[in-house]
Design a protein around this ligand. Sequence first.
Ligand code: NI
Length: 173
Amino acid sequence: MRILTYPDAVLRAKAEPIQNIDEAIQKLVDNMCKTMYSSMGIGLAANQVGELKRILIYDVTQTKAGPNPSVLINPEIILTEGDIVQEEACLSVIDFSADVRRKERIKVRGVDKDGNPLDIEAEGLLARCLQHEIDHLNGVLYIDHISTLKRALYNKRLKKIMKRAASSKGKKM
Ligand code: NI
């Protein structure tokens, strides 16, 4: 699947809750996992592949044991504690990273890929990843949390990057 990138409007839309986890949803989850691993990501929200459904996947374990994706459907943050600033990047925001303030510890409620209720208590990278992906489901990008000046500078740089990409389009190399 192709990952949409900023400033694609789909990334700004709010994803809809899932009523019924059917075969199509299972297939979407499988495809999202493949896409996340092939892009070397640690998290992916359905919006990023153009599906406005409240699904996120993640794998922050980064072990050599192989892929171990977790799936969270209809997630909601029900508790937060503390604040922490750390660097973040996103598969949908090319060639950029920035410090972002997030909640240090969170509790998230949702259901797993079989529809079973799931409560996750998270801190560290997992807490950050879950907040980042839940933001995606609400049409929010991490660059919305940085200063207006930093975002303006990125927008300027992105325009140059896209212009460069466009000028080589259709040329055989
Ligand atoms: Ni992201």
